[in-house]
Design a protein around this ligand. Structure first.
Ligand SMILES: Cc1ncc(COP(=O)(O)O)c(C=O)c1O
Length: 429
């Protein structure tokens, strides 16, 4: 114990360079580097993190974190350990609230307001089918929704006759808010929009939108696929009623983990359409008539049945790593890479159409642009051609957006961005 304490104390005096000099093995760097008080722009620090934490192959430039994150070694190790434990001991996963607690702490709510889901779409469905709505009631959305954000609502429109209305995003937060207000009618019952749309990655002024919604008696259901792990936010401060997110993008957990936040005061106003073990405290089919108890008084009623224990543990490991490196440091890093990319692309002139706003508060760690060289397929062809050069981007064709989306996580660097920009330069001719 004494030795351990001394080791921990000494660690804080190490700089990145000193650590790299003394710590040879990847595992040793991995175990210690997250605790170094490096600046967010210390390239040596980030490149050591990349080399020690991420299995991504050398020479691959992965700029599609908005689709899925690269799972770090400690998270993979936790996953493997968990599955091996279950298989070797015949151990069914025991229930803990650890993952809900970790998510709640990061997004600013109570653990009993969080249900674990398998993805964002599941949370969107909980809100969509749970809010009591009648034929003719309106739901306001953006023209930039992801399939997972809008198909549930569109389906409910078909089944129940609710009406989906849309509004365009603005170039600034103020313009977006004004566009939204203009689209609200007396029949608007729900605003169901992304915090950060998947298309062009701009950060919407969700707090102002929720303030406005509250004052107009409108329910808010946010699609939070992207923010966790990229930017810091607090759902209680935002004031939304529902928030559906995931851990397998910016938070770097393995695929298949999401969460659904439901504000405490909405719990008993929300219909719970899918229930099973853990949703209700008791049941007894031997009673006449059979009894089912009542639903538990927390968000757990929305997540039920056998769950993937090893995946939950790995998710927890990913969140621990996020906290260890530091949400603020990560946010500064990923935003600064995206700004560098945006400025480099805009310097190429009018053959680039920039979609992501340049307003600082509206941009995060994603940059979306179109190649404007006379070829209507230039952007999609560019993404395909770069994939064969081991550069992974996302082409956004949905909602007629037609753009290239680039996501910058902390394992990316300026050199990779320069390589991408050089390719864009060649493509625009
Ligand atoms: C903004 C947004 N909403 C919803 C989704 C759907 O997420 P999932 O497939 O995890 O349900 C995505 C996925 O990329 C997304 O970007």
């Amino acid at each position: 114990m004494f030795v351990l304490l001394i080791t921990v104390k000494r660690k804080s005096f190490l700089t990145t360079a000193a650590l790299l000099a003394v710590a040879g093995s990847r595992a040793e760097i991995r175990n210690r580097i997250a605790e170094i008080p490096a600046a967010a722009d210390d390239e040596q620090y980030w490149s050591a993190l990349r080399a020690s934490l991420f299995p991504i192959e050398n020479g691959r430039i992965f700029l599609n974190n908005g689709t899925m994150g690269i799972t770090p070694y400690p998270v993979l190790a936790s996953l493997q350990k968990g599955f091996e434990h279950a298989a070797s001991k015949g151990a069914y996963p025991g229930h803990t609230e650890d993952l809900q607690k970790a998510i709640a702490e990061l997004i600013g709510c109570d653990a009993d307001e969080i249900a674990i889901t398998k993805n964002v779409s599941e949370g969107i469905n909980h809100a969509c089918w749970g809010i009591p709505l009648s034929k003719g009631d309106e739901v306001l959305m953006t023209t930039h929704e992801h399939a997972g954000g809008c198909i549930a609502w569109l389906h409910r429109a078909n089944l129940d006759g609710i009406v989906i209305r849309t509004f365009p995003l603005g170039k600034t937060a103020e313009e977006t808010l004004a566009n939204l207000k203009k689209a609200v009618t007396k029949k608007t019952k729900v605003i169901a929009i992304p915090h950060i749309p998947c298309t062009i990655g701009q950060i919407l002024p969700v707090q102002e939108i929720c303030d406005f919604a509250k004052s107009s008696n409108i329910i808010t259901a946010l699609d939070g696929a992207h923010p966790l792990g990229m930017i810091r936010f607090n759902v209680h401060e935002i004031g939304c009623d529902y928030y559906s997110g995931c851990l397998h993008k910016w938070a770097l957990a393995p695929l298949g983990l999401g969460y659904f936040y439901i504000k405490k005061s909405m719990l008993n106003k929300t219909r719970c359409t899918h229930v099973a073990a853990y949703s209700s405290n008791e049941f007894n089919m031997a009673n006449t008539p059979p009894t089912g108890g009542t639903l538990v008084e927390n968000a757990h009623r929305f997540y039920y049945g056998t769950f993937c224990g090893p995946l939950f543990e790995a998710g927890l490991e990913a969140l621990k790593l996020y906290k260890k490196i530091g949400p603020e440091r990560i946010e500064t890093r990923v935003r600064s890479l995206a700004t560098y990319l945006q400025e480099s692309l805009m310097a190429l002139g009018d053959k680039i159409i920039m979609f992501t706003p340049t307003e600082a508060k509206s941009r995060g760690a994603q940059v979306a642009f179109r190649i404007n060289n006379g070829n209507p397929k230039a952007s999609s062809e560019f993404v395909t051609s770069l994939y064969s050069k081991k550069i992974t981007l996302r082409y956004v064709g949905e909602n007629n957006v037609d753009c290239i989306r680039v996501s910058t996580h902390y394992y990316n660097n300026r050199e990779e961005i320069d390589t991408l920009v050089a390719e864009v330069k060649k493509a625009i001719g």
